[in-house]
Ligand binder design. Structure first.
Ligand SMILES: Nc1ncnc2c1ncn2[C@@H]1O[C@H](COP(=O)(O)OP(=O)(O)OP(=O)(O)O)[C@@H](O)[C@H]1O
Ligand SMILES: [Mg+2]
Length: 444
């Protein structure tokens, strides 16, 4: 159900409840006031009658006399007087109340709801001609009920009018709110379809404005993530191409030439005056050179020792290599032995992160000391591998043309981990990467 439909249904339920309760209240009040009014009129009429007809039953009165007495109560409202003769015939003695007009006549259910049992009284009068009359006085609330009906109708219609105003006002406000919601939905759909350029405008309602700002921020964040992914993908392809070129050059220059030389020497051995031992020495020399070239190519492509020797030994080897190349730099490598239990995929990430950090230190930091700490730690009862590389160099911003930091972040986040690059100018750089500690399946 739409929000608007839901609100309308709620309003209609509230209106029905208010009208029902209001109607019940109006009927109850009408009943009270009719009862009070009728009782007070009836009591007044009785008092007047008691005063006028207060003589012993034996006393005989003239017709004019009791007619005069009756006319005194003619002005009392809500009273119905019936005069019964000896022969049983009845005549109505109307008081001054007016019968309500037909259109103001309350419906039967209303009369039933607001009236109750009312008292009645009767008097016997002996007339001079020997006959007697019985006067029956009953309460008759019809005009009071009609008044209550008119008031209840006015009350009912004023509630209906008020609720209509509220209903229309809420719908107008809602109309404008829904327009904003539709604009935000359209914005979210644009983000979903990768259209990040068009931004949501500012809205007058602060809550919607906050949502729009968040949607715009989300769109910016996705846009920048997409850009860096594209850049990273381009960079990866570029590296791949470069590596292929280097390999084909190496293969061409080193392997091709060496093989041609070996072949030429093999052909030379067929000559009758060939100096076989010298040729054999040359071939051995070329083969040694070739195996050096192959080893170096393989190391570039993949740190073979990682599978053979384990992560700790490969990292030690890497650090030693950097120390050999940069004698002025002091590198402290501190790791838990448990890092050798790491799954190969995670181990490769750890190795490449340390390698990139050391490259960056040498390239950008002008540092004299680097601390590399790798630990297995528990977070929320789950093991994580945490890498911290800290130098005492010049520090610097991670923003730049390079892809090293982006690549490290991608590696870590692809494993569901966290990456942080912190630096203060002159205080060096601290890189912290943490990933879930996935253990090798076969052995520990
Ligand atoms: N240890 C460090 N000390 C000082 N600045 C650093 C350090 N590491 C990174 N930086 C800064 O962060 C920037 C981005 O580093 P990043 O590794 O992403 O790129 P790069 O090293 O310039 O190039 P690439 O790694 O792609 O060959 C660097 O240009 C440098 O300014
Ligand atoms: Mg780098």
């Amino acid at each position: 159900m739409s929000l608007r439909g839901l609100i309308n249904v709620r309003i209609i339920i509230a209106v029905i409840l208010i009208l029902t309760l209001g109607g019940l209240l109006a009927i109850w009040q009408a009943r009270q006031s009719v009862e009070e009014e009728v009782n007070s009129s009836f009591n007044l009429a009785l008092q007047m009658i008691d005063l006028g007809f207060n003589y012993p039953a034996s006393r005989v009165v003239s017709e004019q006399h009791w007619m005069r007495q009756l006319s005194t109560i003619q002005k009392t409202r809500h009273i119905h007087i019936t005069v019964v003769k000896d022969d049983g015939s009845e005549s109505e003695w109307l008081t001054e109340q007016s019968e309500p007009e037909l259109e103001n006549m309350p419906p039967y259910w209303f009369k039933k709801a607001v009236t109750s049992e009312y008292p009645s009284a009767s008097y016997n009068i002996n007339l001079m001609d020997g006959s007697s009359r019985t006067i029956i006085i009953r309460a008759d609330p019809i005009d009071e009920v009609a008044e209550a009906w008119a008031e209840s109708k006015a009350f009912f219609w004023s509630i209906v009018l008020m609720m209509t105003f509220i209903f229309v006002a809420i719908n107008i406000v809602f109309q404008s709110m829904l327009r904003t919601v539709h604009a935000i939905l359209a914005g979210l759909r644009r983000v979903e379809s990768g259209e990040y350029g068009k931004k949501l405008p500012n809205f007058r309602i602060s809550e919607f404005d906050a949502i729009a700002t968040e949607v715009n921020n989300l769109s910016d964040a996705l846009d920048s993530a997409r850009r860096s992914n594209q850049a990273l993908a381009r960079h990866t392809m570029h590296i791949q191409e470069n590596e292929r070129q280097t390999m084909s050059r190496e293969l061409h220059d080193e392997m091709g030439q060496s093989l041609t030389a070996v072949k030429a020497m093999a052909v030379a051995t067929k000559q009758p005056q060939a100096r076989i031992p010298d040729i054999a020495d040359s071939i051995i020399e070329i083969c040694n050179h070739l195996s050096g070239v192959v080893r170096s190519m393989m190391r570039t492509l993949h740190p073979l020792s990682l599978s053979d020797l384990g992560l700790s030994a490969t990292l030690t080897d890497l650090v030693n290599e950097w120390l050999r190349r940069n004698p002025s730099l002091k590198v402290e490598l501190d790791y838990d032995e448990t890092i050798d239990w790491l799954d190969h995929e995670v181990a490769i990430h750890v190795y490449r992160i340390v390698q990139e950090c050391l490259t960056n230190v040498v390239r950008h930091a002008e540092a004299t000391r680097v601390d590399v700490v790798i630990r297995r730690q528990l977070h929320n009862m789950k093991p994580w591998i945490v890498i911290r590389v800290e130098d005492n160099g010049s520090g610097g911003s991670a923003e730049g043309e390079g892809f090293g930091i982006l690549g490290m972040r991608e590696r870590v986040e692809s494993m569901g981990g966290h990456f942080k690059f912190d630096s203060l100018p002159g205080k060096g750089v601290r890189v912290r990467a943490s990933m879930p500690f996935i253990e090798k399946q076969d052995e520990k």
